[in-house]
Design a protein around this ligand. Sequence first.
Ligand code: GLN
Length: 309
Amino acid sequence: MTEYSVDYQGVLEEIQDEVRPFFGKGKNADYIPALAIVPGNKFGMAIHTVEGEEFLIGDARDDFSIQSISKLFTLMQVLGFEGVDIWSRVGREPSGTAFNSLVQLEYEKGIPRNPFINAGAIVVTDILASRSADTSRRIGDFYRMLSGNLSNRVDETVALSEQEHGYRNAALANLMRSFDNIQSPIPDLLDVYFRQCALTTSCADLAKAALPLACGGYSPIAHKQILTVRDAKRINALLLTCGLYDAVGSFAYTVGLPAKSGVGGGIVAVLPDHFSVAVWSPELDSYGNSLVGSKALELFTTKTGLSIF
Ligand code: GLN
């Protein structure tokens, strides 16, 4: 099937029907109590083509917690700074461990494997904090610029919930501090990190916000070059190899798109020069990725024949 004959809306309707048997097989994140109470049978999906067309299904306009998908946008911000050497402080390899694992970090002297596991994202946020005042607001402003939606705000209940249960993230930050890989005061840094994870978004907004990765770094929403073509290529490579933690190999095998997931149940993926796609369903698989969302994306690339492979 060529791209020109794809009936995106029809494909979304088929997917919404075909994912039904998968509800109830996963489980909402419960280590952040505010996420545990979101109805598990929510499902939304949004496609935004580089030509500017939008296709939505189900709960595509409902707000949910962006969680780890925020790591993608803080990385975009940091790569936008002149002369930042992020790669001496964060690696570019898949971790093969859970997103919040401490084990590897001790062996590897406080240098996280990649910017998409929690430790790596905390370092990226630390770099951002060292370059800007009012970091939390800047992160929100950047996201709102890319999504074109001023109502994407921090959900204070989720932020507080993360703060109160953030023992592992505090452990990661302290361990990295002991290796001199964190510069900001840790309570301040964690506050910024929890607030970035507690941003609310919808599938429709997320698909728009990810468009620079499908458009050679250009945001058709903000009408602005956000990244160089080279950095857009590099981020897509990192997403493909590190975006879904220790399930990244299976995801590349079944879906075949660079993508980022979050424990709020969102996943965003792109096909460069074609589209961005966002899906949301809160029940997670054992790796912390949306179970129904992963299935929906597998159906999407299988039905359309559109993937990077
Ligand atoms: N805020 C979550 C955490 O720090 C993000 C994890 C995720 O979405 N995978 O644990």
